[in-house]
Ligand binder design. Structure first.
Ligand code: BGC
Length: 770
């Protein structure tokens, strides 16, 4: 396939059309020029390859595939090699199904514990997110498949994910929200990147030239293809100019004529269209050269099990209550027979099998106690109490039911179902050896924490999750996962609590995300970033720090084999431009037999000490390099002088929130950080609506939209029948009724045209005729 020759023989019409997909999952084939179609599928923790009915929110069936643990669990392994193996396994499954591009990994930052898609993301920290994502990509692409790093960028909430505006200062963007992508792109070298739905500082990511060309291509050297998130195209002309190559899903002609006109009148350069065609063609060319492969389903299940075991985090193990003897225990809680092992949405996999905890521990008695919503009754509680009294150990399985978190909507709060709390408290009251297993995509409030002896957090552990829980509870496996997200006591401790979940979120906390905030503000958390216990112990010694590396000796001092995640944090020199008290700059996971010791060497470079000030700069001074088992459990440290630049501290910083971290940053202070007045958004009302508004937004005061909105809602709810309160139904309502009008053309499978949505818009704005 000679890409240049093909471009030379394409008409302008063909070129424009070629940069929009053919349908939900394919690019267009052009028989005349010998161009085959190319298939894409989700996703980040297993293949979602659909054949018949297609959708981009994970509702219709897909081919059975291995459902690996979701990123919350995979991230907690802190093991890039293991995650690379997962990437490769998904790559093989993709190629075997004729899928060329896998839509993952996701490396958005977990800004708030309430992010509905946090389970699909790796961490609140950009360094560990980036390193893990890069490994996944490299592993996956070693099979010949292509990865798609998503969602670029600043897509950290679900509310108004399709038209909200993420506002932040340049430093925060660079240090927190872009770094993971930067590492994934530079080190993993993905063939594709997916641009996010949202706006970034007023510009839709699909139109964002600075983001897609300036930063991604020119600064980071990305030479692959940018694909839109499904329905993210805002303005196709701006998209071509920005370097947004492939508009997905396809099957529509959104703005086709406008692009044609723009090229003809010279407002869009044909070479911008050619550049996108070239990048899509190169991808298609690679895909045409891919070979079908076979793979070992058993081995993939075993890999899913290993990741779940290594990604589980032992949060608490008072008096070494764990591991337990399964013959002395009882399992309590419905989630033991129906574990939550994945999330709802486009990442939803049709698993090849699922191992429940009750199946993995068949000889241990089991009492459901609650239903799938987490509800209990006085009778069910009495039964659980009776069973708990009769056994030496009570293992209660609890967590977030599916309706609590999903793509398309955020969590309402950090609480567990009331029934789960009551179940745990009732059991703990009669059995002092109560252990809780938690399943869910992120931190939860644990009001009963002091009353139980052990807590094992599994995240969403994939199809082998039940086996992994059993192995960890009984000591067949030793926990070695560490949190990649801080666990605050309650949601009121979260620094972005007032600004997260707004229509146009203001990232006022700046760089103080997760542990960067808690550690700097000296605010106690329930479990710190990096925390995770083991059935053995490790000591650290012989620290040696240079500007290029940190080496330390780690020894397993216990009686069982284990793995330690050695973490390197760096604290800045005193004074100077405000910076977090410490930041993760390196890590390594080391397996050690009992009594074994090894020297671990973790590389550093100038970025380990740098901050963003119109470019990466290293402030000169004495840094503290800390090595520890969590961001709080620092085992040894040393200081080192690093030469660099002398930066002047801006006047506004003195005494501001960014220096004191007392209370919450107010708008005025944030404006100082932003370097100018914050954007004001005119109120939404009839007469001001654009194609970027949604039926849900316009229905308030526009009868035409109200009618359509109700119709859409009614049709979706009706189609779901008994399952109208399922997360899938809610997700569908949110993604359709709250989808910008332009998105309805794109994702409406050709049912709605530009003309039709423009007519809806005119009517909603109260104008009858053109
Ligand atoms: C999601 C993407 C996904 C795409 C295709 C979108 O709704 O945001 O993550 O890859 O659908 O299913």
């Amino acid at each position: 396939m000679d890409v240049e020759k093909i471009i030379a023989s394409m008409t302008l019409n063909e070129k424009i059309a070629f940069c929009t997909g053919a349908d939900m999952w394919h690019t267009k084939a052009l028989k005349r020029l010998g161009i085959p179609a190319m298939k894409m599928s989700d996703g980040p923790h297993g293949l979602r390859c659909q054949e018949d009915k297609t959708d981009f929110i994970g509702i219709n069936k897909s081919r059975p595939a291995t459902c690996f643990p979701t990123a919350v669990t995979a991230g907690a392994t802190w093991d890039p090699e293991l995650y690379a193996a997962e990437g490769a396994a998904i790559g093989f499954e993709a190629l075997a199904s004729g899928v060329s591009v896998v839509l993952g990994p996701g490396c958005n930052i977990k800004r708030s514990p309430l992010g509905g898609r946090n389970f699909e993301y790796l961490s609140e920290d950009p360094y560990v997110s980036g390193k893990m994502a890069a490994a996944f990509v490299a592993g996956q692409q070693s099979t010949g498949a292509s990865s798609c790093v998503k969602h670029f960028a600043a897509n950290s909430q679900e509310y108004k994910r399709q038209n909200g505006d993420s506002r932040m200062d340049e430093r925060t963007l660079r240090e927190i929200y872009l770094t993971a992508f930067e590492i994934a792109v530079k080190e993993g070298r993905p063939d594709t990147v997916m641009c996010a739905y949202n706006k970034l500082n007023g510009i839709h990511c699909s139109d964002h030239k600075e983001l897609l060309t300036g930063i991604l291509r020119q600064e980071w050297g990305f030479d692959g293809t940018v694909i839109t998130d499904w329905g993210a195209t805002h303005n196709r002309i701006a998209g071509f100019r920005a370097g947004c190559d492939l508009d997905m899903p396809g099957g529509h002609r959104f703005m086709h004529k406008d692009v044609l006109r723009a090229v003809r009148d010279g407002s869009l350069q044909e070479q911008d269209v050619d550049a996108s065609v070239r990048r899509v063609l190169r991808l298609v060319k690679k895909s045409a050269e891919q070979k079908k492969v076979s793979f070992d389903l058993q081995a993939h299940h075993a890999l899913a099990l290993e990741i779940a075991r290594q990604g589980a985090v032992l949060l608490k193990n008072q008096d070494n209550i764990l591991p337990i003897n399964p013959n002395e225990a009882v399992l309590i809680g419905y989630m033991a027979e129906d574990i939550r092992y994945q999330g709802t949405g486009s990442s939803h996999v049709n698993p090849t099998r699922v191992v429940q905890l009750t199946q993995a521990m068949p000889d241990t008695p089991y009492i459901p106690c609650c239903d799938s919503y987490g509800e209990v009754t006085p009778e069910s509680l009495a039964q659980a109490v009776c069973a708990a009294k009769a056994h030496k150990v009570a293992v209660v399985v609890a967590g977030l039911p599916t309706i609590y978190e999903s793509e398309a909507f955020d969590r309402a709060n950090m609480a567990l179902p009331e029934g789960h709390n009551r179940m745990i408290e009732a059991v703990a009251q009669v059995n002092s050896n109560t252990v809780v297993v938690l399943l869910g995509g992120g931190p939860m409030e644990l009001p009963w924490e002091k009353q139980v002896r052990g807590i094992l957090y599994m995240g969403l552990p994939g199809q082998a999750g039940g086996q992994a829980i059993a192995d960890l509870l009984t000591g067949v496996a030793n926990p070695s996962g560490k949190l990649t997200e801080s666990w605050p006591y309650t949601y009121t401790d979260v620094v972005c609590r007032d600004t997260f979940g707004q229509r146009n979120p203001e990232y006022r906390e700046g760089i103080y995300v997760g542990y960067r905030y808690y550690e700097t503000a000296k605010k106690e958390v329930r479990y710190p970033f990096g925390h995770g216990l083991s059935y053995t112990g490790f000591t650290y010694s012989h620290l040696n720090v240079t500007p290029k590396s940190v080496s330390v000796q780690v020894e397993n001092t216990g009686t069982v084999a284990g793995r330690e995640v050695v973490q390197v944090y760096i604290a800045p020199p005193r004074g100077g431009i405000h910076r977090p008290a410490k930041e993760l700059k390196g890590f390594a996971k080391v397996p050690l037999e009992p009594g074994q010791r090894t020297t671990v060497t973790i590389p550093l470079d100038s970025r380990s000490f740098a901050l963003w000030q119109d470019g990466w700069v290293v402030p000169e001074g004495t840094y503290t390099v800390m090595v520890g088992a969590s961001c709080q459990d620092i085992r040894c440290q040393d200081s080192i002088f690093i030469s660099g630049s002398t930066l002047s501290v801006p006047q506004w910083q003195k005494g501001s929130w960014y220096e004191t971290l007392r209370g919450l940053p107010d708008r005025k202070e944030w404006e100082m950080l932003m370097g100018g007045p914050a954007a004001e958004y005119p109120p939404l009302k009839k007469g001001t609506y654009t194609l970027d508004n949604t039926l849900l937004e316009m229905q308030e005061d526009a009868a035409a939209s109200r009618m359509l909105y109700r119709l859409v809602r009614f049709a979706i709810v009706r189609a779901h029948g008994k399952n109208a309160d399922s997360p899938e139904c809610r997700m569908l309502v949110e993604t359709t009724a709250d989808c910008p009008l332009r998105g309805l053309v794109i994702s409406g499978k050709g049912l709605l045209t530009d003309g039709m949505v423009k007519a809806i818009l005119r009517l909603s704005n109260g104008k009858k005729r053109k």
